[in-house]
Design a protein around this ligand. Structure first.
Ligand SMILES: [Zn+2]
Length: 88
């Protein structure tokens, strides 16, 4: 069975920090609007088979699929996390 790749995204309907420059996309499972940060645009571009998955659907997938793995964060994502921490 081919490995399914998903990009875990924050739901637009949930409150919280939104990385500047984020764009809206839709969860590939439930269709709800999600935020895609600039660092994630590159991940999606480099991995055309990868689809956005909202945080709630990701939790459901993790419960069902014991093989579910979370990839490491990219340097660009780390920069966005630092920007967030420095903005507080
Ligand atoms: Zn979803």
């Amino acid at each position: 069975m081919p490995e399914r790749k998903a990009l875990i995204c924050w739901l637009v309907s949930l409150e919280g920090y939104v990385t500047p420059g984020s764009l809206k996309d839709k969860c590939s499972k439930c269709g709800q609007p999600v935020w895609v940060a600039p660092s994630s645009w590159f991940i999606l571009y480099d991995n055309p088979e990868m689809e956005p998955l909202c945080i709630l659907c990701a939790v459901e997938e993790m419960k069902k699929d014991k093989e579910f793995e979370i990839g490491g964060i990219t340097p660009a994502q780390a920069v966005e996390v630092l920007e967030y921490l420095n903005s507080r």
